[in-house]
Write a protein that binds this ligand. Structure first.
Ligand code: SF4
Length: 318
């Protein structure tokens, strides 16, 4: 799997001062799971070290400008960003991690200065980041800084692996039968993001209007990618866990049932992390041979070693 990344995050000495912005999570953890495809629009244009760049408002437009010589370099940055997104088209990336705060790579809250002023507001988006969003509206994208938040990190990687899974599915000559299988295994993962999206996707799969299958696939792809962009919450995840617990309610003892529901409530109160409840569910799934649950992506959305559900903070109650 390939992940796009701002080159300075993986240690390339491409920053304005000739340094890097190495990110330990990207380098030490993600390097084990992804092939990194690195891009640095500023280094490509001006080399490194170089003059610093900032965003500025001019005639109601946001431009990129060199900070000392005041040269408008917006068009050059846009052109190199376009070259890079053309390249990304052939790379089959499953996500992108951008360097925060940068006038090229920052995804949000980048400083935008008023013309010829030291006054700035954190309201901009980097030129390269904007180009990526425009060209790949559903590509999972995050900044390295935001990935320090366990909830954002968990949701981002759930999205990355589902994004990759969908594209592999689409490349393998999907049929009505395999579409139903794909949709079914994503039931609870999509539920944890939006039950209405799952129902809407179910209607697409059911195809009561008898649309051509290529249309069904096109609509399903778009609906699925929109659904996995959404973030799960404690409340939605708790509802999913209750649904899943329903599969064992007639099989387990009263004492086991009480124990399982206590665990669910403790998760809801943020006393135990999600992985504890998942492990309990796995035990019952294996014991009662519930194949439907074994296949659910919600229970295994990404490599276990990433351990993203081991933190209480990986879920939020909003
Ligand atoms: S933030 Fe983007 S443009 Fe700046 S050094 Fe890193 S990769 Fe290059």
């Amino acid at each position: 799997m390939k992940l796009g990344v701002s080159a300075c995050l993986i240690g390339k000495m491409c920053r304005y001062d000739g340094g890097h912005a190495k990110d330990r999570f990207v380098l030490d953890v993600l390097n084990n799971y992804f092939e990194m495809v690195a891009y640095c629009p500023e280094d490509k244009l001006f080399g490194s070290p170089r003059e610093t760049i900032h965003l500025e408002t001019k005639n109601d437009k946001t431009i990129a400008i060199t900070s000392q010589t005041h040269k408008d370099i917006t068009q050059e940055l846009k052109a190199v960003s376009k070259t890079y997104t053309n390249h990304m088209d052939n790379e089959n990336l499953c996500g992108f991690i951008l360097k925060s705060k940068s006038p090229s790579c920052g995804l949000e809250r980048v400083k935008v200065y008023e013309e010829n002023s030291k006054f700035s507001q954190k309201k901009g988006i980097g030129i390269f980041a904007k180009q990526i969003q425009k060209r790949f509206p559903y590509l999972p994208i995050e900044e390295e800084g935001r990935l320090n938040d366990d909830w954002i990190r968990e949701n981002f990687f759930m999205q990355v692996f589902a994004y990759e899974d969908l594209h592999i599915f689409l490349e393998n000559s999907p049929s009505q039968k395999t579409l139903v299988q794909f949709h079914t295994q994503y039931k609870y993962l999509i539920y944890s993001k939006s039950t209405s999206d799952y129902k809407a996707l179910g209607n697409i799969v059911a195809n009561r209007e008898k649309k051509p299958f290529c249309m069904v696939i096109k609509n399903y792809k778009e609906g699925f990618l929109k659904a996995i962009c959404k973030k799960s919450t404690i409340k939605k995840t708790y509802n999913v866990l209750q649904h899943i617990a329903g599969y064992f309610k007639k099989e387990i003892t009263k004492e086991e049932k009480t124990h399982l529901h206590e665990a669910l409530k403790e998760f809801k109160k943020e006393l135990i992390p999600l992985i504890v409840v998942i492990k309990l569910i796995e035990i019952y799934t294996i014991r009662f041979k519930i194949d439907y649950l074994k296949k659910q992506k919600f229970l295994n959305p990404y490599p276990k070693a990433l351990a993203l559900r081991s933190s209480i903070k990986a879920n939020k109650g909003i």
